[in-house]
Design a protein around this ligand. Structure first.
Ligand code: ATP
Length: 239
């Protein structure tokens, strides 16, 4: 059966640099799928291409069996949202304002529906509710990451893309965030997670793809990749 998201033979170049070379992957509905890879492997480029933020030279991206629009706003309207690397929350705005902006693409929805989702994200990340009036730029790194995920959820996506949610965070915070990601998935949301932290990503996801200098070099059941000696040597640091 075709996945919720199907990426087929995707090629992206920045001038002479080929960042993605015939990348194909399938994200089944209801799953958490991870893409692991080192610095510069092309992980962020993959996310940006799906979100319509960089253009691709060839290949296809389908969502729910139809070609995905190439313009960012329409991608979000189709039901995909991104929690970007480096968090990129709106620092001079409050927690509440950041969440309201996240809900903006659902302009047709009632205030009540938006409020329900806000209550839901506060139940996932109670710390955000405690800091509702605080400027986002003054939140801790972990809180900013929570806000980035919460903001992405406010567009009520069917597919959530997460670009390195563990970057720069202490292990205990990573554990908290990944636990909430699992809860979010259990509510039925499909997740594509891109991570340098291969161990955490493989523990959380059901299937995984290994991206190396723009190419998928391995894919399979995450649990099996965790015990693959090549993966262990290259990405798990013997951990
Ligand atoms: P990291 O984990 O370090 O963020 P990544 O796997 O997300 O890496 P990308 O950011 O997608 O990798 O970059 C893939 C390649 O494309 C790299 O060689 C990078 O230098 C190059 N690249 C990315 N963005 C641009 C750009 N706007 N212009 C030129 N080259 C770029």
């Amino acid at each position: 059966m075709a996945g919720l998201l199907e990426v087929k033979q995707l090629c992206v170049s920045y001038g002479a640099i080929r960042a993605l070379d015939r990348v194909s992957l399938s994200i089944p509905a209801g799953e958490i799928v991870s893409v692991i890879g080192a610095n510069g492997a092309g992980k962020s480029t993959l996310m940006s291409a799906v979100m319509g933020q960089v253009s691709y030279q060839s290949g296809e991206i389908e969502f729910e069996g139809k070609p995905l629009p190439r313009r960012s706003f329409q991608v979000v309207k189709s039901g995909i949202s991104l929690s970007p690397e480096g968090r990129r929350i709106f620092a001079p705005l409050t927690v509440l304002e950041n969440l309201q902006i996240g809900a903006f693409p659902r302009s047709g929805d009632s205030e009540k529906a938006v409020k329900e989702d806000m209550d839901w994200v506060f139940s996932l990340f109670p710390r955000l509710e405690e800091r509702i009036g605080q400027y986002a730029g003054t939140l801790s790194g972990g809180e900013q990451q929570m806000l980035a995920v919460a903001r992405a959820l406010m567009s009520r996506p069917k597919l959530l893309l997460l670009d390195e949610p563990s970057l720069g965070l202490a292990p205990v915070i990573i554990k908290d965030i990944f636990r909430e990601l699992r809860r979010i998935n259990e509510k039925g949301l499909t997740i594509l997670l891109v991570e340098q932290n291969a161990k955490q990503a493989l523990l959380l996801s059901q299937h995984a793809f290994v991206l190396q200098t723009g190419r998928i070099v391995k894919q399979g059941v995450s649990r099996e990749l965790l015990s693959d000696p090549e993966i262990a040597a290259a990405y798990l640091g013997g951990k």
